[in-house]
Design a protein around this ligand. Structure first.
Ligand SMILES: *[C@@H]1O[C@H](CO)[C@@H](O)[C@H](O)[C@H]1NC(C)=O
Ligand SMILES: *[C@@H]1O[C@H](CO)[C@@H](O)[C@H](O)[C@H]1NC(C)=O
Ligand SMILES: *[C@@H]1O[C@H](CO)[C@@H](O)[C@H](O)[C@H]1NC(C)=O
Ligand SMILES: *[C@@H]1O[C@H](CO)[C@@H](O)[C@H](O)[C@H]1NC(C)=O
Ligand SMILES: CC(=O)N[C@H]1CO[C@H](CO)[C@@H](O)[C@@H]1O
Length: 618
């Protein structure tokens, strides 16, 4: 039992390869010619199994011949039948039951299925008995180079620092080939660069892309498109190939210093520019990008370095010149600054390329602004005596135009702050005078506003004027309260009947000092000044009689000791009452009560009438 294989694998594949690339498809004759090729060894059992080999991707007409089964029992008299089972039996592979010839029914692809395991036996047609035991054999599909290398992506993206050394790693690209790596060179790949020279190179075996030129500068060219080819058959002619594109970007390094495009800048600012406000911007340029183009500005020197600042606008990378000290056109009109710009992130590797900074001169011209008048004081406090006559001077305010053209200034009082029209101002010399007498007891302060106006420009400034009304002793002291007192009929001489005190609406600096006295010598009562702004009223004699005199009216003179002395006479009413031995009041005269109540005559008459009516009814 023997098996004729069509496989002379090496020669076959070589042959097939040649055929394929010479465009020939005469595989049929080739296979047929090999029919009487190798005869496999014979065994005792009659079967000798080995593998059949079959080339994939057969393009011939008709069915591809695989091989032939033959049993020693078969005497070629038509009594033996060959039967095939297993992978693809009857579909992919079919056997001629009489001759034992095996054919493939269609094209086979190794990359789809490389190995078929089948089983064959020889059967006695007459008796239906197996002549040979069924036994396995395999059909191996031989690779041909029918797959080209493939990259995972059409385009790769990579970057490498500009100015890298030659040979700097960029990235590795690898392709895969579906052909059999173990067999021939169908899957042996070699990489080459089709586009991107002389800037980049690729290692043929690994696919590692490296830089190939020194000093590649991003500022000159940033983007490169490199095409890499992978070719099988170890790169030999006739191999299949695939390509990919690698977009390579040079990454910026800080190899460019900032530069001022001008050596001198001219800036003009009005003198009124506020402290902290910007008067102008300057900008240096840097060929780098991002962080490598970041810079900061500083003032090196110049007569304006105490008057101006420079700050860095981190968004626009501009130097902003701001006012540090109030400008004044009248005192200085031109300043100069030497300004430096420096990269924020300096790369030590490139320092030898030169300084990563630059300087420029900024000239700042201060322009005149018509300024409003300026008072010589921020506020004025004047004092005036309350009894000064109308027309008296209170004080003088003064303002001047700070501009070089010294405009004339006029003064007015803001009438909203002096609604009572108590004051006037001399519009030429700023002297404030009273229009009326002032009363401190009505208002201690008159806080007004004075306006200074430049005649030609109408620019105006306002200043507060506080006018304090100084006290003058123009009020007399008087009783602090209404006193109602009495004296007992049985009183002794020297008895205290009332302590009195006084008040005064004036406000002397040293405090009040009241003096108490009786207006005339009185035989009935005396007064004793306690010298603490109170006084005691004492009896001078004993034994008062309410029937003889129901009440005494005692005029008390109270004076202050300010200048001019003010005094008043207040009357104290002392009723005479009947008391018990311990001095407790028992009865007092009604008339005295009424008197002491200090009622009006009308009321008094009414009350008297009532009393009369009451009496007449009794
Ligand atoms: C087949 O079987 C028949 C009947 O049993 C027998 O006569 C014949 O010799 C057999 N043929 C082979 C090749 O063994
Ligand atoms: C690669 O570069 C080309 C040309 O600049 C561009 O059109 C393409 O979009 C880039 N591809 C990728 C993936 O960045
Ligand atoms: C201001 O002018 C008035 C007359 O208009 C004069 O009486 C006054 O003394 C002047 N005051 C001063 C401070 O010159
Ligand atoms: C006026 O100013 C003085 C001092 O500042 C203050 O004490 C007083 O209360 C003010 N008077 C009025 C009416 O504003
Ligand atoms: C000044 C004064 O009031 N004197 C009186 C003192 O008392 C006698 C007796 O009551 C009166 O007659 C006085 O007029």
């Amino acid at each position: 039992f023997s098996l004729f294989s069509s496989s002379l694998s090496f020669y076959l594949s070589l042959f097939f390869w040649l055929l394929r690339f010479s465009g020939m498809t005469a595989i049929t004759c080739f296979c047929t010619s090999d029919r009487d090729g190798q005869t496999l060894h014979r065994t005792k059992r009659g079967w000798m199994w080995n593998s059949f080999f079959l080339l994939e991707e057969w393009t011939g007409t008709g069915k591809q011949y695989v091989g032939k089964l033959h049993s020693d029992m078969d005497h070629e008299d038509g009594s033996v039948k060959y039967v095939l089972t297993g992978d693809g039996a009857g579909t992919v592979f079919e056997i001629d039951e009489n001759s034992g010839d095996i054919h493939a029914t269609r094209r086979l692809d190794r990359e789809e299925k490389a190995l078929y395991t089948l089983s064959a036996k020889a059967v006695n047609k007459t008796s239906g008995q197996d002549l040979e035991r069924a036994s396995e054999f395999i059909i191996k599909i031989h690779d041909i180079n029918d797959n080209e290398p493939k990259f995972a992506k059409d385009t790769y993206v990579a970057s490498v620092s500009e100015m890298s050394n030659v040979g700097a790693f960029v990235m590795r690209v690898t392709a895969t080939d579906a052909d059999d790596e173990a067999y021939g060179n169908s899957a042996k790949l070699v990489y080459s660069i089709l586009q991107g020279q002389p800037y980049f190179s690729v290692e043929p075996e690994t696919g590692v892309i490296r830089t190939a030129l020194p000093n590649m500068i991003r500022e000159n060219r940033e983007h490169y498109q490199v095409v890499i080819q992978a070719k099988d058959m170890a790169g030999q002619m006739g191999g299949l190939s695939g390509t990919t594109t690698v977009n390579i970007t040079l990454q910026d390094v800080n190899n460019s210093p900032p530069r001022f495009p001008h050596s001198t800048y001219h800036i003009s600012t009005p003198e009124s520019a506020g402290i902290g406000s910007s008067v102008g911007r300057i900008k240096a340029y840097d060929a780098d990008v991002g962080e490598n183009a970041e810079m900061w500005y500083s003032i090196l020197d110049g007569d304006g370095q105490d008057v101006f600042n420079i700050i860095t606008d981190s968004t626009s990378q501009e130097g902003v010149i701001t006012v540090k000290k109030q400008l004044d056109y009248e005192s200085k009109r031109l300043y100069s600054l030497r300004v430096q710009v420096t990269n924020t992130h300096i790369d030590r590797r490139f320092e030898q390329l030169g300084p990563f900074s630059d300087t420029a001169v900024v000239r700042i011209t201060v322009t005149d602004v018509d300024e409003p008048p300026v008072f010589n004081r921020a506020l004025y406090i004047f004092e005036v005596d309350e009894d000064t006559p109308a027309g008296s001077s209170v004080g003088t305010v003064s303002a001047r135009d700070p501009d070089t053209i010294n405009h004339l200034v006029k003064y007015t009082i803001d009438r909203h702050t002096d609604l009572e029209r108590l004051f006037s101002i001399d519009s030429n010399n700023g002297t404030i005078s009273t229009l009326q007498g002032l009363d401190r007891e009505t208002s201690k302060w008159h806080n007004i506003s004075v306006l200074a106006t430049e005649l030609s420009t109408a620019l105006q400034t306002r200043v507060p004027v506080f006018i304090k009304v100084r006290d003058v002793n123009d009020n007399a002291p008087e009783f602090a309260m209404y006193y109602e007192t009495f004296v007992c009929e049985n009183v002794k001489a020297g008895q205290l009947i009332q302590t009195i005190s006084a008040v005064d609406t004036d406000e002397p600096l040293v405090g009040h000092k009241f003096v108490f006295s009786l207006s005339t010598i009185n035989p009935n009562f005396t007064i004793f000044d306690n010298e603490d702004n109170t006084a005691r009223i004492l009896t001078r004699r004993g034994s008062f009689n309410r029937r003889e005199m129901s009440a005494y009216l005692l005029p008390v003179v109270i004076s202050d000791n300010d200048y001019p002395i003010q005094s008043s006479t207040s009357t104290l009413t002392v009723r005479v009452c009947a008391c018990d031995s311990r001095g407790n009041v028992q009865t007092c005269s009604n008339e005295a009560l009424l008197l002491s109540a200090g009622l009006s005559t009308g009321a008094l008459v009414a009350i008297l009438l009532c009393i009369l009516i009451l009496l007449s009814k009794c």
